[in-house]
Design a protein around this ligand. Structure first.
Ligand code: ZN
Length: 462
């Protein structure tokens, strides 16, 4: 006899075209969050989504206002208290479309070509949001859901979710769940299902060094004052040694060391120097000695000057000793570093190294701690098993070099870890013209999520 899971999977294949048609409708709404001109369209996107969810049978569907664009909420809690509650996270907003003339088709007029669905948001992430919803619909055609679900679809992800902390704090109880399923990541290749289990944090600073009280004539004063550009350059140059090690005092003290097992899993990715040279156009790679490229990006902290300015930068000469010099500086942080402590380390470094002839100040511009989930957390392990079952390949475990602040907020505000995966591909041209989503992976993704819900309910009790 066919199990309900098999029936749901069969249903998802039979109704694939219907799901694609719904996705196309969703993609036609111009939910560009960064441009106030599209505010009503973003709202329309939230309304479309809430109507679709209501239609699926999701309960308590509500459009909740935030200081920015609204969040769509809903819940399905019939599985019983002994089953886990998963918070399905997604976003319905998209990136702007320019340069428009580089698109082969209008970005909000979805086109299918060779199994690829082209439209802004197809991959990031309306398509991935529809994966979960289609899986739910396929199950609910026969069965009640084997796990409990809550939904949070936001409309501000592409502008950095500026109001999500206040929102989550306000609705902490409403969103209370066991963990988050976030399908806003992707696969590293079509035959390599991927789970992201670590994200780096970010600490961002602006440093201003002041020398003389005003810009000076270098003929009259050159040789008797400390030029702030020189002072700042020396300070920045000393922050890393020739082995790529960061010299802020105590910078590595809190860094969670990599265990042997984890190093092996990470290095299964094996991205050689040539890969990064091809990707970046740099003549050679440079990074912290003693670590592979994959480790450097995912599991080790980094420090970079992002901009430096001061003095005269216009055409022709101007013999000036500037009064001030400035730099933007950022660090990518790993567990268990904190942006607050790193700021103290930076200040200590500047106190130790700034020449006494200049003064300086530091402004912190961003601070997001890193975030990590145990690789064998039951919800992650289960997702890995579902990926393997459906895709026929063990997933790659990856630590992401960037940060996904929402995962950190879920951890700190709701106490929820995130299962972070997805079905987009590096070639999907996310944020670029001709964004696309592979329909074969859309179909597989739906199957993975169906398998996952049943697997969680059956195999993976805590
Ligand atoms: Zn996204």
């Amino acid at each position: 006899m066919e199990s309900n899971k098999q029936k749901a999977i069969a249903y998802s294949h039979e109704h694939l075209q219907e799901f694609i048609n719904s996705l196309i409708e969703f993609l036609k709404i111009k939910t560009i969050s960064s441009d106030p001109q599209y505010k009503d369209e973003v709202r329309k996107g939230a309304e479309w989504l809430s109507a679709y969810m209501k239609n699926l049978g999701v309960q308590n569907v509500r459009i909740l206002d935030t200081e920015q664009n609204p969040v769509v909420y809903g819940s399905l809690m019939q599985a019983g208290e002994d089953k886990p509650t998963i918070l399905i996270y997604g976003h319905y907003d998209v990136q702007p479309v320019d340069p428009l003339d580089e698109w082969d088709n209008a970005p909000f007029d979805p086109v299918i070509k060779d199994g690829l669905l082209y439209a802004r948001g197809s991959s990031d992430m309306k398509g991935q949001a529809m994966v979960s919803l289609a899986a739910i619909k396929s199950i609910m055609a026969f069965d009640i859901l084997p796990v409990n679900l809550k939904f949070l679809f936001e409309g501000d992800e592409e502008v950095g979710s500026p109001s999500i902390v206040a929102f989550l704090t306000k609705y902490k109880d409403l969103f209370k769940s066991d963990f988050v399923l976030n399908l806003d990541a992707g696969m590293i290749a079509k035959d390599k299902p991927t789970i992201v289990y670590g994200l780096r944090g970010l600490a961002y600073f602006e440093i201003t060094v002041t020398g003389p009280a005003y810009d000076l004539h270098s003929g009259m004063f050159g040789g008797v004052v400390y030029n702030p550009i020189h002072a700042l350059s020396n300070m920045i140059a000393g922050m890393k040694n020739s082995d790529g090690q960061i010299q802020l005092p105590g910078f590595y003290d809190d860094v969670l060391p990599l265990e042997k097992k984890e190093r092996e899993a990470l290095n299964a990715l094996d991205n050689p120097d040539q890969y990064y040279m091809d990707q970046t156009g740099a003549k050679a790679v440079f990074g912290e000695k003693g670590f592979t490229n994959v480790e450097r990006i995912g599991a080790r902290p980094s420090l970079d000057a992002n901009g430096i300015w001061g003095g005269y930068t216009g055409e022709g000469p101007k013999t000036v000793i500037p009064a001030k010099a400035h730099a933007k500086l950022s660090m990518r942080l790993v567990p268990n570093q904190t942006p607050e402590k790193v700021k103290q380390q930076l200040i200590q470094y500047l106190e130790d190294h700034a020449p006494k002839e200049v003064s300086w100040e530091v402004k912190q511009l961003a601070s997001d701690p890193a975030c990590i989930t145990e690789m064998d957390y039951y919800a992650t392990r289960c997702f890995a098993n579902s990926l393997e079952e459906v895709m026929g390949k063990k997933p790659v475990f990856k630590r992401e070099g960037g940060s996904i602040p929402i995962s950190t907020h879920f951890q700190s505000i709701l106490g929820c870890d995130s299962v972070l995966s997805g079905f987009s591909l590096p070639g999907d041209r996310v944020h670029s013209p001709n964004e696309r989503f592979t329909l074969e992976l859309f179909e597989k993704g739906i199957e993975v999520v169906i398998d996952y819900f049943y697997r969680l309910a059956q195999e993976c009790g805590e």
